[in-house]
Design a protein around this ligand. Structure first.
Ligand code: FES
Ligand code: FES
Length: 151
């Protein structure tokens, strides 16, 4: 066990965990930030996507000892009231079906638009490619990313 001071959603958080613990489990089991989901545990589905210094990152393969004081943002910290432009577009297009993958989808889409506010269809497809949706909401995801880009 070791003590880590983490910068999560703009707040310092201290946790005592094994250094090899993935950030996903620190968020969910130690800090009750359960919006970040577990899907595969091997960086293949995108359900656990967070922002690490603004870049979409899989929390299931990111050890707590590797993040230092990097800025971590989870779905809970993306906006105060759930009103980030991507979240608003998601609501307007009514993207989710079961919802399980959607926090990860939104985190990937918001990181994309932060770096590239006006992505082409191909750029959207490339950025969202690693986020799997078992309900097949891909068409609506693409539509919502474009809507968010316009706003
Ligand atoms: S749970 Fe992390 S990518 Fe699937
Ligand atoms: S909405 Fe069900 S897995 Fe994506």
């Amino acid at each position: 066990m070791a003590t880590f001071k983490l910068n999560i959603n703009g707040k310092e958080q201290e946790v005592d965990v094994d250094p090899s613990t993935p950030v996903l489990w620190v968020l969910r089991d130690h800090l009750n930030l359960v919006g970040t989901k577990y899907g595969c545990g091997i960086a293949q589905c995108g359900a656990c996507t967070i922002h690490l210094n603004g870049t979409a990152t899989r929390a299931c393969m990111l050890t707590v000892s590797s993040v230092g004081n990097s800025e971590i943002t989870t779905i809970e910290g993306l906006s105060e009231e759930g009103d980030h432009p991507v979240q608003k577009a998601w609501l307007e297009v009514d993207v989710p079906q079961c919802g399980y993958c959607q926090a990860g989808q939104i985190m990937t889409a918001s990181a994309l638009l932060e770096k590239n506010p006006n992505p082409s269809d191909e750029e959207i497809e490339m950025a969202m490619n690693g986020n799997i949706c078992r309900c097949g909401t891909y068409t609506r995801i693409k539509k919502a990313v474009k809507l968010a880009a316009k706003s």
